[in-house]
Design a binder for this molecule. Structure first.
Ligand code: SF4
Ligand code: SF4
Length: 445
């Protein structure tokens, strides 16, 4: 009981405990996925404005070469994941059943070329650092895909004291952060060093859930006693890895409603983003690939794969020996925050942390019943919102009314949907409402 009390947690009362389901992949080393024939790189694979293509159909491109520049400040560059030829720039399949303008690259047959390793100057002014990170195309790689450089653009008068590295990986099934911490601890510590220097922060904490004892042990072993870095073990609970929950768990502080971690002098970065920063400055490699966990009971050979961005899901699953018979749902991301895909032609994006395939018994879509006002969604919500009321308002399309009930504070963690005995798709309804509010210029966050 004493040990339990010492573990960091955001709340005793709130949050949920979905089955972890990490056992099939947590000890599988990261493998590099071979190149495939064709890559589809959507221009809007991060939050904010889409990138603008700087290549034309027929151009030859090299792996790591710039193919699209930021379309605005909240936007990032895109680089070619492979050496080949631009085959098309047109609308291609995108998650959510949509189509998005994409650069389609046909890989050279037998392409094996890697980016030549050229270290870059890493001790920069604040403005230079922001520009470098935007140029490298680095985003939040836990799933949100928020352009990382925007977090490092600190308004005058604010000072960053602490860097928080998010290694919680609280989503069931996903093990890519875990593997990166175990396999690349030096690179992670190097990324932290670069960030501490350029943000002017004094110290860093890596938050890791206790279901990753190997990662905690490896990191503690590699951290030099002189380094201002510590590892904070976290209670296994969802959504421990949500930015504001992590701050609450580790520091006991609450980010004010509508505020940002930097209001408390903090910047929070996912493990994958910190590693991408180390790769950019130490090797000159922009964000052209990422680690993806492929799992679920519908996958023949689960894996943790290093996948070039733009690889169609179909090819990734083929590399994992394909799907088992009876698969009814393929999810991009984790089962709590991810979304089902309508086609396996959609590509791996910067924010794709997982590809999960489920057969009928585990599929998340089931028949919906009426709300019985049990209050479980209220207990589950880590942000103390009233998900049941928000869902009702969203159903009635009273989106502006939802602002009165702080809908924009919802982080779309899915805890409410998970805990609802009536299987009401609460988070999906809230997501639609937030998107409508953003489109109408309201609730900008
Ligand atoms: S209302 Fe939003 S923040 Fe609250 S549990 Fe549901 S998805 Fe999570
Ligand atoms: S958990 Fe579901 S059934 Fe219970 S109050 Fe919330 S929406 Fe209604």
């Amino acid at each position: 009981m004493k040990l339990l009390r010492r573990l960091k947690d955001f709340s005793f009362a709130h949050g949920v405990h979905p089955h972890e389901s990490k056992e099939r992949t947590h000890s599988l080393p990261i493998q590099r996925m071979p190149f495939v024939r064709e890559y589809v790189v959507p221009l809007n694979q991060h939050l904010g404005a889409p990138a603008r293509a700087v290549v034309a159909v027929g151009n030859r491109v090299h792996r790591g070469e710039l193919i699209a520049e930021p379309g605005a400040f909240i936007s990032t560059s895109l680089h070619s994941p492979v050496t080949g030829r631009v085959k098309a720039i047109d609308n291609r399949r995108y998650p959510g059943g949509l189509f998005a303008k994409s650069i389609v690259i046909e890989a050279d047959p037998f392409a094996t070329q890697q980016v030549p390793k050229v270290p870059r100057e890493w001790r920069l002014t604040p403005t230079q650092f922001v520009t470098e990170i935007q140029h490298a195309g680095i985003v939040g790689m836990g799933g949100a895909a928020f352009p990382a450089h925007a977090k490092y653009s600190i308004p005058e008068g604010q000072q960053i004291e602490h860097l928080l590295v998010n290694g919680a990986e609280c989503e069931p099934y996903l093990t890519n952060d875990h593997r990166m911490m175990v396999e690349r601890p030096e690179a992670l510590l190097r990324g932290i060093e670069i960030l501490l220097h350029n943000l002017g922060a004094k110290a860093a904490t890596i938050g890791v859930e206790t279901n990753k004892p190997e990662a905690i042990a490896v990191l503690r072993e590699r951290i030099h006693p002189d380094q201002p870095i510590r590892v904070a073990p976290l209670r296994v609970k969802y959504p421990q890895g949500a930015e504001k929950m992590l701050i609450k768990s580790i520091f006991g502080k609450e980010v004010p409603a509508g505020g940002l971690p930097r209001d408390l002098g903090m910047v929070v970065n996912n493990v994958g983003s910190v590693l991408a920063i180390a790769d950019w400055f130490d090797s000159g490699i922009p964000l052209i690939e990422r680690v993806v966990t492929v799992s679920g009971d519908g996958v023949e050979q689960p894996a943790n794969l290093l996948v070039p961005l733009g690889t169609p899901l179909r090819e990734v699953l083929k590399f994992c020996d394909g799907l088992k018979p009876g698969v009814s749902q393929v999810v991009m991301g984790g089962p709590m925050m991810g979304s089902s895909v309508a086609s396996l032609d959609v590509p791996v994006l910067k924010g794709t942390s997982g590809i999960l395939a489920f057969r009928e018994p585990q599929a998340l879509h089931t028949h919906e019943y009426s709300c019985i006002r049990c209050g479980r969604c209220l207990e589950a919500c880590p942000y103390f919102l009233n998900p049941s009321r928000l869902a009702r308002l969203a159903r009635s399309r009273l989106y502006h009314e939802m602002e009165r009930y702080s809908v924009m504070d919802c982080v779309e963690c899915g805890s409410c949907t998970y805990s609802c005995p009536s299987r009401i798709p609460i988070v999906q309804l809230i997501r639609t409402a937030k998107s409508q509010l953003r489109q109408s210029g309201r609730g900008v966050q």
